[in-house]
Design a protein. Structure first.
Length: 250
């Protein structure tokens, strides 16, 4: 009797297991059909945020996503990699918003200066990443004096004396964050950085010292000169001593 009961219990358990497996299979099939074979999760709207330089259409084009694509078949990591290939994009965060929206949040690079080389301008951000090139210049800081080793859009520009370039770009960042309404030309020769505010007024930053401190000094001197309607001469803050101003240049 005991053996017979054990055999019956075993068949009952086996029967229940088959039922559970069947239910699991049916549910899995149903979920698969709902997720991948119906239009409920087809992308109907692609939302792009924080894009300024780039249009929504450009970003979506690079992403490779189309409305009507199944939202679960999209590999977000691959979409991100395609988008950050755009020179103007520093980073991107891609999220699904169920059932049928895709969110693309962009972190753009900001143009800080144009580096001049043989009649061509390389527009870069504060990290020296080339955003685009042009034969024309717009209202931005122009950097001169560097010898190029290699260049490609979307990559860091390669010049001799890279450290001097980053110092020059730092001054551009200080200018960008100040309230000075000026658009100077910056010349770097042998590590010596000079700002040409106009044809008659220049500021010598030199090659050493704390650039942030030097910029603060320059800003105060420049505001004082403007308040006295002085727009020519040489401001020298390249040395360790007190800054000097010469109204007659060198």
């Amino acid at each position: 009797m005991v053996t017979k009961k054990y055999g019956v219990d075993k068949r009952v358990r086996y029967g229940k297991l088959r039922i559970y497996l069947l239910i699991f299979f049916l549910l899995s099939t149903l979920i698969f059909i709902i997720l991948f074979e119906t239009n409920y999760f087809e992308i109907g709207n692609i939302i792009v945020d924080n894009n300024i330089e780039l249009s929504k259409e450009e970003i979506i084009s690079y992403s490779g996503i189309n409305t009507g694509d199944n939202i679960f078949k999209i590999k977000l990591s691959e979409v991100r990699e395609r988008i950050i290939d755009i020179p103007f994009v520093k980073d991107a965060v891609i999220k699904r918003k169920l059932p049928n929206k895709l969110l693309i949040n962009i972190v753009e690079r900001k143009k800080i200066a144009a580096i001049s080389y043989m009649g061509l301008y390389f527009f870069v951000d504060n990290e020296g990443i080339i955003l685009y090139t042009s034969h024309d210049i717009d209202e931005t800081y122009v950097i001169e004096g560097f010898e190029f080793e290699s260049f490609a859009e979307g990559e860091k520009i390669k010049v001799k004396n890279e450290e001097d370039l980053y110092k020059t770009l730092s001054i551009c960042s200080f200018l960008e964050n100040s309230n000075l309404e000026i658009n100077p030309r910056l010349l770097c020769l042998d590590g010596n950085i000079t700002l040409y505010l106009n044809d008659n007024l220049k500021v010598k930053f030199g090659k050493s010292g704390d650039l942030a401190d030097k910029f603060t000094i320059f800003e105060a001197i420049y505001k004082d000169l403007i308040s006295r309607n002085i727009d020519s001469g040489v401001v020298d803050i390249s040395h360790d001593g007190y800054p000097t101003y010469s109204p007659f240049g060198e």
